[in-house]
Design a protein around this ligand. Structure first.
Ligand code: KDG
Length: 336
């Protein structure tokens, strides 16, 4: 009688087959929203995240991206994360100060000198400390991406000196520090969600707004604004926030994939933002905007006028947070 080799149990077969690392992830569709247009460099970051997901999950994860505030404002979307009804949002930090006051530190006028400083602080111990604060609000910050250095556009006049802000109706993000900064400069500061800005400019409800060149360009503000002045009065980070309620249902491996791929997206998005910035500036000038830079002495006068905001905002942000930022910048600037 010929003995047939007994067929081993399935478990034994599987145990001998080296499953790919992504075999332990579930099939998921991850919703992510943002307030800017799909032509903004945030899309480069999202594309890089998707490519990373494809590699790490074998195609099991799909990012469903919604643009131009389609799922609500930065604050609306962030609240949806906190309630566990949306997975992810790429949002400016400024509109979230009502959730985490410490985020206001990034809104202090003329805080960072350049992108290198911003990257060093955000990707260093200080940025980690701020990210860790988000957990108490039901949020996980996967990475800092770049909104960028903010510049003023308006429909009244070139802003070449401090006095040119007088009486100008400037839209600001819904954030008391921006409100105080522009009020201190003499403007009539008007808090407003980003999604309302284009129409408010078009109808003349406001005279001005302030954003990085890539946002001014990709939001078509050149259609409703005549003047662009390089003020670089603040650097706004984006946070790539994930719902902690949902994050906690992911396996440790899946959580690591989220973090790794958001960081993959960070490098691509920052690079795209910086590469597009000068192109955007050229494009809005071709579209008819009159661009001006300010004399360094005038920038200094504006910076000095706004400096009082630090003192007034310190208690709300947290004196320890402001002191921590100051110490981190001092160390960085001393070559630390
Ligand atoms: O999601 C990003 C936008 O909604 C917004 O934060 C962009 O800088 C911005 C602004 O001025 O509101």
């Amino acid at each position: 009688m010929t003995r047939r080799n007994p067929v081993p149990p399935l478990a034994a077969i599987l145990a001998t087959v080296a499953l790919p690392a992504w075999a332990q992830v579930e099939t998921r569709t991850i919703t992510v929203s943002n307030g800017v247009a799909e032509t903004h460099p945030v899309a480069n970051g999202i594309d890089a995240m998707q490519a990373c997901f494809d590699e790490r999950t074998g195609g099991a994860w799909t990012l469903a991206a919604f643009w131009s505030g389609a799922l609500g404002s930065d604050l609306d979307a962030t609240q949806a994360l906190r309630s566990g009804t949306q997975e992810m949002v790429v949002t400016s930090t400024s509109p979230l100060v009502g959730i985490e006051p410490a985020l206001g530190v990034f809104d202090l006028p003329f805080l960072f000198a350049d992108e290198a400083e911003a990257d060093a602080i955000l990707d260093g111990e200080f940025g980690t400390m701020i990210s860790e604060k988000m957990g108490a609000s039901g949020l996980v910050n996967l990475a800092y991406w770049e909104n960028g250095f903010r510049n003023l556009t308006n429909s009244l006049r070139p802003v070449t000196k401090l006095e040119d802000f007088d009486g100008m109706r400037v839209r600001v993000m819904q954030n008391d520090i921006f409100l105080d900064t522009f009020s201190t400069l003499g403007a009539n500061a008007m808090p407003m969600a980003f999604g309302e800005v284009f129409t408010a400019l078009e109808t003349g409800t406001i005279d001005a707004q302030e954003n990085p060149y890539v946002t001014i360009d990709t939001s078509q503000f050149s259609e409703v604004q005549d003047y662009l002045s390089e003020t670089r009065h603040a650097y706004t980070p984006f946070m790539v926030l994930f719902s902690k309620t949902l994050f906690d249902t992911y396996s440790a491996e899946e959580q690591q994939i989220l973090r790794d791929c958001a960081m993959e997206g960070q490098g691509v998005q920052r690079e795209a933002s910086r590469a597009l910035s000068q192109e955007s500036l050229a494009r809005v000038q071709e579209a008819g905007m009159e661009f001006n830079q300010l004399e360094p002495a005038e920038v200094e006068r504006i910076r000095e006028a706004a400096a009082v905001v630090y003192e007034r905002a310190s208690a709300t942000i947290g004196a320890d947070v402001v002191d921590g930022m100051t110490a981190a910048l001092d160390e960085l600037r001393a070559g630390g």
